[in-house]
Design a protein around this ligand. Structure first.
Ligand SMILES: Nc1ncnc2c1ncn2[C@@H]1O[C@H](COP(=O)(O)OP(=O)(O)O)[C@@H](O)[C@H]1O
Ligand SMILES: [Mg+2]
Length: 500
């Protein structure tokens, strides 16, 4: 049985269709952000408490409060002042629920109407949650599981935005767990994650998931040269070449056998008699530059089958690769390969998660640092039709491609403090008001706001905990790391002494 929170009062400009205030019953505690439910003529109105204040008529007149204070007495020595303290909550009306459907609030509730704790099922339906959805956490202030329909969350792409340390990777791990735990009958997708900090390899240590997760390291990664067009190959080079060079390279690549690497290709260019020598020199230097990256071979590694596995997760661990250009080449190649294969229907629907997305699809970029930007923007624009989804993660939304970000229809926003990023988020996420923006800047680790396609209304959630022993290992404090280092060095010295 839902409890009564209070009763609507009449104020100068409310109740209206958009807002009202209620006095809170004694012994009831409500919080800003909490939801309420009440009867209105056309159904059940759901509202969110936007603010709470206290009133007390004993403290309303400055002269009497001042005089009492001056006399050295306290108000409560003479009057029963605390009995007259009232809590008043202001509510913004979100919508009206009737016969399983939600509509706008178009008629005000009456003063005197009872304001109730909302029924959990009503809240669940109100936000458009799905019992079979991906379980990311609980509604803030309510014991309601936030389970978001996978299609609504992912098909039109999602973004996770927050400052560093706010819990982006933790939330992503929760999402991965949900995807890995999904039954085949409910629809499983292949998930691929670009992991610049090696934060996800720990899934391999979890017996529940180890057999469904593969990790490939940057040092093992190879792009099979025969799988590339001349156009793609030249795009990977820092100084892109002209049409003539690409045309000549294309001709030569067509004349190659099925299996060859950059060495063989360079050899063929060197001995080719049809190319002008200036073009030849440029092509050879371009191929030498590509060889220098160490990323090219005779075949792809991992193979397409190992990259996109239904119901499973493939992690591309780039933590040991320091060269951004190389990281971009790998990301661009994987993204393009996945998207092409999906368009041809030869891999399952997939989700490509890109951590540090602003590095791979920067808003402002020079040619050589935007190798992966084009394909990420293409998937953002066209992926939906082919069930190719993106999850872009970034701590600098301002620096992330606006084209890509604006195509991410669901945003999960954890704590953000930078004013430029906040402004950008306010502009790029629908339904975010100024008070909500203020709340975003004061969120705690593990709390966030979901807005957009995935939910009917913006909703604050507490991200669910992961199982025990599943820490990312990245959370060690500075002191602990320093102490561990000290102990290790001390032990080494002791061992060395013992040896002498
Ligand atoms: N929902 C959560 N519950 C418990 N701990 C969390 C939660 N979110 C983040 N943390 C912890 O906070 C720290 C930072 O989280 P992380 O996901 O690495 O942040 P980010 O990726 O945004 O930099 C980690 O130690 C992580 O375990
Ligand atoms: Mg992170």
């Amino acid at each position: 049985m839902s409890q009564q929170y209070g009763t609507i009062i009449s104020t100068f400009d409310s109740p209206s269709t958009r807002k009202f205030a209620f006095t809170v019953n004694k012994d009831i505690i409500v919080h800003r952000g909490q939801f309420v439910e009440l009867d209105v003529v056309n159904g059940k109105l759901i509202g969110r408490i936007s603010d709470i204040f206290k009133t007390n008529r004993y403290f309303m007149r400055p002269e009497s409060v001042t005089e009492v204070a001056k006399s050295g007495r306290q108000m409560d020595w003479d009057y029963p002042v605390w009995e007259h303290e009232y809590l008043v909550a202001e509510v913004s009306a979100l919508g009206v629920f009737k016969d399983g459907r939600f509509g706008e609030s178009t008629f005000p509730p009456s003063p005197g109407t009872k304001v109730m704790e909302p029924d959990h099922k009503v809240l669940f339906d109100f936000f458009g949650l799905d019992p079979e959805g991906l379980h990311l956490g609980k509604l803030a202030h309510h014991d309601v599981d936030v389970k978001i329909n996978a299609t609504r969350l992912l098909q039109k792409h999602m973004a996770i935005l927050a400052i560093s340390g706010a819990g982006k990777s933790y939330l992503t791990s929760v999402l991965l767990e949900e995807l890995l735990n999904r039954d085949p009958e409910k629809g499983q997708i292949a998930t691929i994650i670009i992991d610049p900090h090696g934060e996800y390899s720990h899934f391999l240590e979890d017996p529940k998931f180890a057999n469904k997760v593969k990790v490939f390291k940057a040092s093992e990664f190879k792009i099979g040269v025969p799988n590339l067009s001349a156009h793609m190959l030249t795009k990977f080079a820092p100084d892109s070449s002209s049409g003539v060079q690409t045309r000549e390279l294309n001709r030569i690549m067509r004349e190659m056998d099925d299996v060859y690497g950059l060495d063989e290709l360079t050899g063929k260019v060197e001995t080719d008699e049809k190319i002008k020598s200036a073009t030849k020199d440029i092509l050879i230097s371009l191929l030498e530059n590509l060889k220098y990256t160490g990323l090219f071979g005779v075949a792809d590694y991992p193979s397409l089958e190992d990259t996109a596995r239904q119901g499973e997760v493939t992690i591309l661990d780039l933590s040991k690769e320091i060269n951004l250009h190389n990281k971009q080449i790998m990301t661009a190649y994987i993204a393009k390969k996945l998207f092409d294969a999906r368009r041809n229907g030869i891999i399952p629907p997939f989700l490509l998660i890109v951590e540090e997305a602003h590095q791979f699809a920067p808003e402002k970029s020079q040619k050589q640092t935007s190798i992966s930007k084009g394909i990420i923007e293409t998937i953002a624009r066209e992926g939906r039709k082919f069930h190719s989804s993106l999850c872009l993660i970034s701590q600098r939304p301002v620096q992330l491609s606006t084209t890509a970000l604006s195509q991410c229809n669901t945003h999960v926003i954890l704590k953000v403090t930078n004013p430029y990023d906040l402004k950008h988020i306010g502009e790029s996420s629908e339904g975010i008001t100024k008070p909500v923006l203020r709340q975003i800047s004061s969120l705690n680790v593990g709390s966030g706001l979901i807005v957009g396609e995935g939910v009917n209304f913006p909703v604050f959630i507490n991200i669910r905990s992961r199982g025990p022993g599943t820490g990312s290992g990245k959370g060690m404090s500075l002191e602990k790391a320093a102490v561990e280092y000290y102990k290790r060095i001390a032990q080494k010295k002791k061992d060395a002494k013992g040896f002498m």
